[in-house]
Design a protein around this ligand. Structure first.
Ligand SMILES: Cc1cc2nc3c(=O)[nH]c(=O)nc-3n(C[C@H](O)[C@H](O)[C@H](O)COP(=O)(O)OP(=O)(O)OC[C@H]3O[C@@H](n4cnc5c(N)ncnc54)[C@H](O)[C@@H]3O)c2cc1C
Length: 294
């Protein structure tokens, strides 16, 4: 049955896909993948839809949505924190703090799933998921389960080898350090408060967070340079296209206001990038992934 992807993206944009199946575990995913492969149907993987801009006309593929409402995570026998890829990342971060497992506090409040987070090496405050990952269970496109160590995933800033490998993340094991629960909860509250100050609430306001990647540090060392600083100086906060506009508190965040289309968002992002190119002479690279002919 045709399903509109706007129901499954935080921009709340995106037309229909050919078929959509939601799964939370590897055996259910393998069943769907094998059936689609046998029928010769092309397919893609979706997590929480919080880093995607899907075309208004939709996409011709089927979509396997690996996502669940509540987390499936535990402390594994080897001391790592084991979580299903479908788990909401923030709920896993909350579980880690509640159970005295330190190291995931930075990921508090990042929308989306564990699988989507690993695919793009989600991070904040200078830390990213690849730093704390031990291993993953993946499903190949043929539907076979395998374990891969972190070293196989080539993590880099907001990137991993997972998209090129074309595999599906089904479970992940994170290396955590024993920590004081109260201190970890306080760290989490602090991170959430900082995020509330400068990010929109995606549950209420449609967005996919930062649209462009930050820039490499100047001269090779130090901190990455915030794309938002350049965008602000290039006048991005005053820009809009149709129903899409730039978040007042952060020049790198595009919002889909009432009546906005994916085309509006893409048009606005192109204008923002063009303004930075004109003023500073370099190209911003989108962090948000595009699906279909946006
Ligand atoms: C308000 C807001 C704030 C944000 N803040 C941050 C932030 O601080 N840091 C940050 O890094 N990001 C941030 N983001 C962006 C987004 O939340 C992250 O990129 C997130 O990790 C995406 O996860 P997802 O499950 O939603 O992935 P999706 O958007 O569903 O998918 C992203 C990519 O991952 C692939 N994928 C998804 N699940 C799997 C799987 N199980 N196996 C293989 N591939 C998979 C998809 O095919 C797609 O290519 C923010 C977004 C919003 C809306």
């Amino acid at each position: 049955m045709e399903t509109r992807l706007s129901h499954f993206t935080t921009f709340r944009l995106g037309g229909p896909c050919r078929e959509l199946a939601t799964v939370a575990d590897a055996s259910a995913a393998a069943d769907v993948v094998r059936a689609w492969n046998a029928a010769g149907l092309p397919w893609r993987v979706l997590g929480g839809g919080s880093n995607l801009l899907v075309a208004d006309a939709g996409i011709p593929e089927c979509v396997l949505r690996i996502a669940a409402e509540s987390p499936d995570c535990r402390r594994a026998a080897d001391g790592t924190l084991e979580a299903s890829a479908a788990s909401p990342l923030d709920a896993v971060a909350a579980f880690a703090a509640e159970t005295g497992q330190g190291g995931l506090g930075f990921s508090s409040g990042i929308p989306g799933t564990v699988g989507g987070g690993l695919c793009g090496n989600a991070g904040a405050f200078g830390r990213q998921l690849g730093d704390v990952l031990d291993r993953v269970e993946i499903l190949t496109r043929a539907g076979e389960r395998r374990l891969l160590p972190r070293s196989a995933l080539a993590f880099a800033y907001r990137a991993s080898a997972l998209p090129q490998m074309g595999v599906l993340v089904m479970r992940a094991w994170f290396r955590t350090e024993a920590g004081d629960r109260a201190a970890l909860q306080a760290e989490r509250e602090n991170v959430l408060a900082l995020r509330r100050e400068k990010h929109p609430d995606w549950r209420v306001e449609p967005t996919a967070g930062s649209f462009f990647k930050n820039l490499p540090p100047e001269g090779g060392g130090g901190l990455r340079r915030a794309a938002g600083t350049f965008l602000e100086q290039a006048g991005a906060k005053q820009m809009r296209a149709g129903g899409a506009f730039v978040f007042a508190k952060h020049a790198n965040i595009v919002m889909a206001g009432p009546g906005a289309t994916a085309r509006d968002v893409a048009t606005l992002a192109a204008r923002m990038a063009a303004a930075v190119r004109e003023r500073f002479g370099f190209d911003l690279e989108p962090e948000v992934r595009f699906w279909g002919a946006v």
